[in-house]
Design a protein around this ligand. Structure first.
Ligand code: SF4
Length: 371
């Protein structure tokens, strides 16, 4: 078995974060919320950047126990062809969306690298920001993807507990814990500008997992100082496989994790998806979260032709159930009610330099934010 990298057990940076996450913490949730809110407003203003996911395909070669797209699920499989992608993009643009996350399962013959690259190129013609949540790739593949218009990738480790990881990932390429752990670094090496990290809360001890997640962010930030980084906190949702999370995370703990991360990583984008309820999302807006998904569909496509039972017979069920199903308009109204401005337009592209992430020649001082 390959040895784990040293940074994964490096506790130099985690003392303050661990103290904030401890049930015995001297700081109440209200105290953390106030501090997190002040930092968020100072660093990000009263804004929320919005994006939407587009599932390109539900083919998958892996067998993750917690996923509705695992290769043993009896669900119809489908992939969007170029004309369908263009139709979906057109429907998304009508909703005001210009920042998109393209998703596929693990690499298969039906949805391989060439398919993904072609899809990115199509999306980049229409959208301002195109990110990808798909299978791990080589440095050269990431370079080609960046050249096709991909600016970001999302790759969750799911859990940093290696034993739990081995059990949950029953077969397929995703079973390789170390290969997945090294994927964000390969993406940055290949010129992808932004990486999104996360753990799927519920799979393993949540506090241990988020401490490892924090070490991962710090490790990457020290090496790739120009990289944009975001962190997500997805909680398990009901899915086709009926997997029950053995470590459920309640609202109180999730809020504490979000506030603690904002305090520990003041400049990092923190993301909350439509997996969470409208009430929880409204509560977290302005308190630490700076990026949210809207109008999510977790079936293949679903924007041009709305999700209905007839369509699901062709494209299969969603990867998981969403919780906040408000329209973009309803969601923006709720944000504005809190004096938070929804941001659909991504200004980053105007001042982004060439698509290369220069490695850090000089390390940041200890205790400093990592990027
Ligand atoms: S989580 Fe991803 S890799 Fe795992 S079964 Fe689902 S789609 Fe496939």
């Amino acid at each position: 078995m390959t040895t784990l990298p040293e940074w994964l057990s490096d506790n130099r940076d985690t003392t303050a974060l661990a103290a904030m996450l401890s049930p015995a913490s001297s700081r109440s949730l209200e105290t953390l919320a106030a501090e997190s809110r002040a930092i968020t407003q100072r660093r990000f203003g009263r804004t929320m950047t919005l994006y939407a996911p587009l599932y390109l395909s539900n083919y998958c070669s892996s067998g993750c126990a917690y996923c509705g797209f695992a290769s043993d699920r009896k669900t119809p499989r489908h992939r969007l062809e170029p004309d369908e992608i263009r139709r979906e993009l057109g429907a998304m643009k009508k909703l005001g969306i210009s920042d998109i996350l393209l998703l596929t399962g693990e690499r298969t013959a039906a949805a391989d690298f060439d398919y993904l690259q072609r899809s990115v190129a199509i999306a980049a013609e229409e959208m301002q920001r195109v990110s990808v949540e798909a299978f791990p790739m080589s440095v050269n593949e990431y370079r080609a993807l960046a050249d096709s218009g991909c600016t970001g990738i999302t790759i969750y480790q799911e859990t940093y507990n290696r034993e739990r990881y081995e059990t949950l990932h029953r077969w397929g390429p995703k079973k390789d814990f170390i290969a997945r752990l090294e994927t964000p670094a390969r993406a940055l090496e290949g010129g992808i500008k932004n990486v999104g990290l996360g753990v799927l809360l519920g799979l393993s001890d949540p506090v241990e997992d988020v401490l490892s997640l924090y070490r991962h962010v710090r490790h990457l930030g020290r090496t790739y100082w120009r990289a944009g980084m975001s962190v997500s906190f997805p909680r398990m949702r009901p899915q086709t496989g009926g997997y029950e999370p053995p470590f459920p995370v309640d609202d109180h703990l999730l809020a504490r994790i979000i506030f603690a991360f904002r305090i520990a990583l003041p400049d990092t984008e923190l993301v909350l998806s439509t997996r969470e309820s409208a009430t929880f999302r409204d509560g977290m807006a302005g308190l630490g979260i700076t990026r949210m998904s809207i109008e999510s569909r977790t079936t293949v496509g679903g924007y041009y032709e709305s999700e209905n039972e007839e369509r699901k017979k062709k494209t299969g069920k969603g990867q998981f159930e969403i919780s906040d199903d408000r329209t973009a308009k309803e969601f923006c109204t709720a944000l504005r009610r809190q004096n938070i401005e929804p941001v659909f337009k991504n200004w980053e592209l105007s001042y982004n330099g060439p698509s290369s992430n220069l490695k850090l020649a000089m390390q940041p001082e200890e205790g400093q934010p990592c990027h």
